[in-house]
Design a protein around this ligand. Structure first.
Ligand code: PRP
Length: 212
């Protein structure tokens, strides 16, 4: 019997790009394009079963073994530090984690810096490495508003095109880390389905070389 690989895909624009890479790599599942509200799709012949999940939840499905492999942003991996294997940089979904603030911001080292972010762990590690005392204000979205309303001095957030910052008169002060989508694997699955996972990783890596 064919070994099935359970794959968690991030729902949304990135997920569609990821699916096309899997399709080109020899893991098609035509029914996925029917675009209904279904969340699970299977192609037994290709040995693959796809699930659409919230991008920030992919690592949880993979860590707990509900999915064998998945695709998650490096931001999520750095923030939640799931116990998984990172197999491959897919070189898509590229953006960066950055520190941004109002244009006239100047850091006053005598005061605790107020940092608004959805990525408290990443922000904490970054400022700890700099020996800077901070007060983290954890928000769930629309982070750019925080410095405008003086809820925080700076933000640590994802910058892709820079449009959101520009539209809100904020500017980047430092890059914390570059981000891109990563192929990840559950640790036990990697042991028991190593041939299938290695084959898929190899096929997908041929796609990433084309991206360069
Ligand atoms: C992300 C991020 C920025 C924006 C950056 O927000 O938090 O707000 O995208 O993209 P840009 O540089 O191309 O403008 P998202 O759309 O995920 O919503 P959020 O407000 O929930 O974080």
């Amino acid at each position: 019997m064919q070994t099935m690989l359970n794959v968690a895909l991030p729902k949304g624009r990135l997920g569609e790009k990821v699916y096309s890479m899997f399709e080109k790599a020899g893991y098609p599942c035509p029914s996925i394009k029917e675009n209904n509200r279904k969340l699970i799709f299977e192609n037994e012949e290709a040995g693959v079963r796809y699930f659409w999940v919230k991008p920030s939840d992919v690592a949880i499905y993979v860590e707990r073994g509900a999915a064998d492999i998945g695709v998650a942003g490096k931001d999520i991996l750095l923030e939640y530090e799931p116990d998984i294997y990172e197999l491959l940089d897919l070189k898509i979904g590229k953006c960066r984690m950055a520190v941004a603030a109002k244009k006239d911001f100047r850091d006053d080292m005598g005061r605790t810096l107020k940092v608004a972010t959805k990525f408290s762990n990443i922000a904490g590690n970054y400022y700890r490495s700099k020996g800077r005392d901070i007060d983290i204000i954890h928000l769930n979205g629309s982070i750019e508003i925080a410095p405008i309303l003086e809820l925080s001095d700076v933000i640590v957030d994802i910058v892709e095109t820079g449009t959101t910052l520009k539209e809100n008169d904020l500017t980047v002060f430092d890059t914390v880390v570059p981000i891109s989508a990563r192929l990840i694997s559950n640790k036990a699955s990697y042991k028991f389905k190593s041939a299938e996972i290695d084959r898929l990783t190899q096929k997908i890596s041929e796609q990433t070389e084309e991206q360069l």
